[in-house]
Design a protein around this ligand. Structure first.
Ligand code: AMP
Ligand code: FE
Ligand code: FE
Ligand code: ZN
Length: 279
């Protein structure tokens, strides 16, 4: 199969599969490499390194860093970062520590909307994972107030929705700066999926230009949930801004469609990112 899956999640954040399983699955698929990009944590690095030695494929240690721009969530992928770089580590810790409080405030919003979801139940659903909107959505579905998590997001929880509470996150350009200062390479994750996910009220191009000025190296134009229009638009934008075009599965290990390696980045592009880091 070849190529690199540059976007994967594990049980260290909201994925259903372990780091060991992900690395082994990537090797079994014949991928050249896999990036570990759990949300806002570098905790999987030790396990990922050990799994890489066993599997004999390249494992790129990274993170999917949550930023926020004007009430819009923006995710920035950072590869080859030093987990010991304090300004970044402190920001990741803060995001982690504030999650339960934010989830509680979202529960409050649902109560105001007449949907008496239980915080205890939300915490149970999250288990060891960092508590987030998907768990809140699941609790609302359980309550019978919506038919699917999709519906909960569309009606209540999408960015700017009536139950949405933003995170106290850094701006996307500051996120790029921190990842680069940590010795990493920053790539804008799934640019077509912000805001209402139609691309009409999505991320303004000016924000991407600011990220570029801060040292952005690539755009994940090839994401499984992108439409053909998203892909074409962000490929063109990457070329115009002289950025790499990357691809990843955004594997969470949930459902038949959600397969590791279903989107891969060619080796030449990974080499370009590596050179970018050295430069
Ligand atoms: P949180 O980190 O708590 O803000 O939750 C973010 C997660 O919620 C993302 O990783 C997605 O899995 C999910 N999500 C965010 N927006 C939407 C949306 N509009 N529709 C479906 N899922 C979404
Ligand atoms: Fe996720
Ligand atoms: Fe994401
Ligand atoms: Zn992701």
């Amino acid at each position: 199969m070849g190529g690199y899956d540059l976007h994967t999640h594990s049980t260290y954040s909201d994925g259903a599969t372990s780091i060991e399983d992900n690395v082994a699955a990537a090797a079994a698929l014949g991928l050249e490499g896999i990036a570990v990009t759990d949300h806002d944590t570098t905790a999987p690095f030790a396990d990922a390194r050990a799994a890489a030695y066993d599997a004999g494929i390249e494992v790129i240690l990274g993170v999917e860093f949550s930023a926020e721009e004007d009430g819009l969530s923006v995710h920035v992928l950072g590869y080859w970062i030093d987990p010991g770089y304090q300004p970044l580590a402190a920001e990741l810790d803060r995001l982690h520590d504030e999650r339960p409080d934010r989830a509680r405030r979202i529960v409050g919003r649902f109560h105001e909307l007449g949907i008496p979801v239980s915080f205890t139940r939300v915490r149970q659903l999250a288990g060891d994972a960092p508590i987030g909107r998907p768990h809140l959505a699941a609790a609302v579905v359980e309550l019978g107030a919506a038919a699917s998590t999709r519906e909960v997001f569309d009606r209540y929880l999408a960015d700017g929705g009536p139950a949405y509470v933003p995170k106290h996150a850094v701006t996307p350009d500051r996120a790029v700066e921190l990842l680069v200062a940590a010795g990493g390479v920053a790539v804008l994750a799934h640019p077509g999926l912000y805001g209402d996910r139609t691309g009409r009220q999505g991320l303004p191009t000016t924000v991407i230009e600011r990220m570029c000025a801060a040292g952005l190296a690539g755009i994940e134009a090839e994401h499984p949930d992108h439409t053909a229009e998203h892909r074409a638009h962000y490929r063109d934008l990457a070329v115009a801004l002289d950025l790499a075009v990357t691809a990843g599965s955004d594997h969470h290990g949930k459902g038949a469609e959600d397969r590791l390696g279903r989107a891969t980045t060619p080796r030449e592009v990974v080499e370009r990112l590596r050179r970018w880091r050295a430069a």
